[in-house]
Design a protein around this ligand. Structure first.
Ligand code: AMP
Length: 214
């Protein structure tokens, strides 16, 4: 969990690699539905383009379908989900989490990260104009597709996403805190330096619990 631009995707990708479990991003799953022109994709696209949350019933459907796949049996790293209390309740009843990590960073850090973000619509890879530029400007290193800026990274949409985040995040953090599952991590520095520390911390927190074998 954390505000848009805090680095959820970057951390989730690194954790997925470190623990050998899939990275499941709700935004990415929804963007793929939109790109493939499915009925669900048509339903969700208007919410996404405006930076509004997609209704819980639709997001839950997409997520639970993904988490039911065999590769998630040993565990998964969620990114961008749950975003509301009702999603957290549905998730806890179906796929209870071992740990909920809240990434924090000041607003100015988050805005700078989003303003320079570049996205590959073909493979989902994410770059940053300043911090993580592709080898060839405007072209994905992984698959060679042209990079774009996400429509919802436009400043006025970011402001809406940020306020959506603020209004729902407190209840969500409290939900996991009450269950002894919340861990708050300051993600305002360089993710490549901070992520190994987060991995260590997670190992420490999960030690002794019957969860993912580390
Ligand atoms: P993200 O890539 O996580 O920033 O998500 C992009 C957009 O997808 C959001 O602005 C929402 O419109 C939608 N979305 C992603 N995850 C969720 C979620 N858990 N609940 C509702 N909408 C979501």
């Amino acid at each position: 969990m954390g505000p848009p631009g805090v680095g959820k995707g970057t951390y989730a990708a690194m954790l997925s690699q470190a623990f050998g479990i899939p990275h499941v991003s709700s935004g990415e799953l929804l963007r793929r539905e939109v790109a493939s022109g499915t009925d669900l994709g048509r339903l969700v696209s208007k919410y996404m383009a405006q930076g509004e949350l997609v209704p819980d019933s639709l997001v839950n459907r997409v997520l639970f379908e993904r988490l039911s796949k065999p590769d998630c049996r040993r565990g998964f790293v969620l990114d961008g989900y749950p975003r509301t209390l009702s999603q957290a309740e549905a998730l806890e009843a179906t796929f209870p989490l071992d740990l909920a990590i809240l990434l924090t960073a000041p607003l100015e850090v988050v805005v700078e990260r989003l303003a320079g973000r570049l996205y590959c619509p073909a493979c989902g890879e994410v770059y940053h104009e300043k911090w993580r530029p592709p080898a060839r400007p405007g072209v994905c290193d992984k698959c060679g597709h042209a990079l774009i800026k996400r429509a919802d990274d436009a400043p006025e949409v970011v402001a809406r996403r940020y306020s959506e985040y603020l209004s729902s995040s407190k209840a969500l953090a409290e939900f996991y805190e009450r269950r002894g599952k919340l861990f708050v991590f300051d993600a305002s520095g360089d993710a490549r330096v901070l992520c190994p520390r987060l991995v260590e911390k997670i190992e420490e927190l999960l030690r002794g619990k019957e969860v993912v074998k580390l």
